[in-house]
Design a protein around this ligand. Structure first.
Ligand SMILES: *Cc1c(COP(=O)(O)O)cnc(C)c1O
Length: 432
């Protein structure tokens, strides 16, 4: 465990969080390098080394920075990006193009051009229109693109509705209707600019059961068989997406990668051998499970407000601008007073952010020691979709990110400055 308590302070991957907050300021994202590396090694041991012809693409939207991309490259994982900005970050980190997969339900022509010119390894096509654009772009440049089709497998997952993506009524993926999907597949096979590799699904996030992955995989495998029968075409790759749940609160049970992957691989291998099909390459795209538990956020406690008979609001110097998940989909977090880490809880309080929104509540009803202005609050499991969803609402500055490892800390994202906040603003002539 990278979490340790010593001299009444919280330590994270060997670093005293009280010292980190003093040195780098707050709010501060702190990412444990050893936790991320350990996740990657788990994936190596339980998947990459265990099966032939499989890959893991880190879904970088969970936490996309140049340093993180370097770390992912060092750990031997492929990379999934979902926008020109994420792709640009990967390019600037010198990440190898052929190991990049490009997802997204509405890639622009400019983004597709960027991806094709950089030579990304796979484009996961999400619509009829997108395939036509890719063909045109490739024709103009006399080049080819390696594609998969993202399908909507029509499975309902057990997670918050707002993070479920595989149901029939979804903005993600291509509907299974033959007139749509099979027409696209036929076109892809017949088009020389298109190397049609296979099918992709991603059914949702923060999942703790393997059943929906198995149902969706069965849908994809049935399609592999049908495509073989109908077009005499061999699907070379299936991408089963990400969505593996992470631990947020004390007592949350996390499922191992093996819990998801063993039955998925068994189903896949059995189906292929039963039907005399070559087993396609299998790719997964975990994001959250690699980074969520590696990260904590440090906030300084400011105003403390007692509403008699109702609750005590303890306000911090950030909130929905550095962690929008509680406001966006009722995500729950655990935390600790990092400078009073050994003290007994004496009261139940609510940790409130400083943004002008009533939903800006970081943690509702948490038992803490007696808190005072100036104390340091640490929120656990903020490594995924924290920094990557940060905003400048209320013109709050985007916090710095430090990567910590065995007592050493390095800044990987500097704190935004007021100057940077205004760098694109101008007062037009007419208003001067
Ligand atoms: C978000 C996303 C993932 C990763 O999901 P996690 O829940 O973070 O593992 C994988 N694939 C696609 C296409 C995604 O959009």
């Amino acid at each position: 465990m990278v979490k340790k308590i010593k001299n009444n302070h919280l330590f994270w991957d060997g670093c005293d969080t009280v010292e980190l907050a003093e040195k780098y300021g707050t709010p501060l994202y702190v990412m444990s390098k050893n936790t991320i590396v350990e996740e990657c090694r788990q994936l190596q041991a339980t998947f990459i080394q265990k099966y032939d012809n499989v890959r893991v693409a880190y879904a970088s939207k969970a936490f996309n920075t140049m340093a993180m991309i370097k770390l992912i490259e060092n750990e031997g994982l492929c990379l999934d990006v979902v926008s020109g900005g994420e792709l640009y970050t990967a390019i600037m980190a010198n990440y190898p193009a052929e190991k990049i997969e490009f997802n997204g339900n509405n890639k622009s022509i400019e983004e597709l051009v960027m991806a094709i010119e950089y030579g990304v390894g796979r484009i996961i096509v999400d619509s009829v229109q997108e395939l036509q654009w890719i063909i045109e772009i490739c024709r103009e440049r006399k080049t080819t693109a390696n594609i998969l089709f993202r399908i909507t497998p029509e499975v309902e997952v057990a997670t918050h509705d707002f993070i479920s993506t595989g149901q029939k009524d979804s903005k993600f993926g291509i509907p299974l209707e033959e007139s749509i999907l099979f027409a696209l597949i036929e076109q892809a096979i017949a088009t020389p600019e298109i190397n049609f590799y296979g099918l992709h699904f991603h059914i949702g996030s923060q999942l703790f059961t393997n059943e929906t992955h198995l149902l969706a995989a069965q849908v994809a495998l049935d399609l592999v068989k049908k495509i073989h029968e109908r077009f005499d075409y061999t699907i070379r790759e299936l991408n089963y997406g990400g969505g593996f749940g992470a631990r947020y609160k004390e007592g949350d049970e996390r499922k191992s990668y093996a819990y998801f992957l063993e039955p998925l691989m068994a189903l896949t291998e059995q189906f292929c051998s039963d039907n005399d099909l070559v087993r396609p390459a299998i790719v997964i795209e975990p994001g959250r499970s690699i980074v969520a538990e590696a990260g904590i956020t440090l906030h300084r406690i400011g105003s403390i407000k007692e509403v008699p008979g109702v609750r005590k609001y303890v306000a911090i110097d950030g909130g929905m601008t550095d962690n929008i998940r509680p406001g966006l989909y009722e995500a729950e977090y655990d935390g600790i007073v990092a400078n009073k880490a050994e003290e007994e809880a004496v009261e139940i309080v609510t940790i409130a952010g400083k943004a002008c929104e009533s939903t800006d509540i970081l943690v509702k009803d948490i038992a803490l020691p007696a808190v005072e202005t100036g104390d340091l609050f640490a929120t656990f499991s903020t490594g995924a979709y924290g920094y990557s969803m940060a905003s400048n609402y209320n013109k709050l500055l985007i916090p710095a990110v430090v990567l910590v490892s065995a007592g050493e800390a390095e800044v990987i994202v500097k704190r935004q400055t007021y100057e940077q906040l205004l760098q694109n603003e101008q007062i037009p002539e007419s208003l001067r």
